[in-house]
Design a binder for this molecule. Structure first.
Ligand code: ZN
Length: 151
């Protein structure tokens, strides 16, 4: 990756961190889940609103590093309006991207996370909101942790 691209992707992440999209609690959600990443101190809550099989609305709130927040923000924008199956497929693609299995050529702004695989601890930051989203879709509500034991 060229230095210019690195800079572009870094600015996408910083911008999303400063002005996150869909950063709000949702009252009429069909599911929500909390995610915690004790290794970094990231916390996120993701709300989903399914209308049939379509993700009519997605939102999040939380605090943590810029990677976790930017990833949550771009995730909400990427999956809003998609079907549950499409959102889960995107989760798999994003996971492949941040673990270096694909270059994410067709992933738009999410490609900004393409360098994350070089920093294994950051993979958990980048995937936290996605895991919470999947959990919110599957179980309706719940809490998950990137670590088997909290604290
Ligand atoms: Zn983090």
């Amino acid at each position: 990756m060229s230095a210019e691209l690195d800079e572009l992707y870094q600015s996408i992440i910083l911008d999303q961190n400063r002005r996150p999209q869909n950063f709000r609690a949702m009252e009429s959600s069909t599911g929500h889940a909390d995610g915690v990443n004790p290794m970094c101190g990231d916390q996120v809550t993701v709300w989903v609103k399914l209308n049939g099989d379509t993700l009519e609305d997605v939102s999040f709130q939380g605090q943590g590093c810029s990677i976790s927040k930017a990833s949550a923000s771009l995730m909400t924008a990427a999956i809003k309006g998609k079907t549950k199956a499409e959102a889960e497929k995107l989760f798999d693609d994003f996971h492949d991207l941040i673990t270096g299995k694909t270059d994410g050529a067709s992933m738009g702004r999410l490609k900004a996370f393409g360098g994350v695989f070089r920093f294994p601890l950051r993979v958990k930051c980048a995937s936290l909101a996605w895991h919470a989203m999947k959990s919110a879709l599957e179980t309706g509500a719940g809490t998950l942790s990137t670590e088997p034991h909290e604290g």
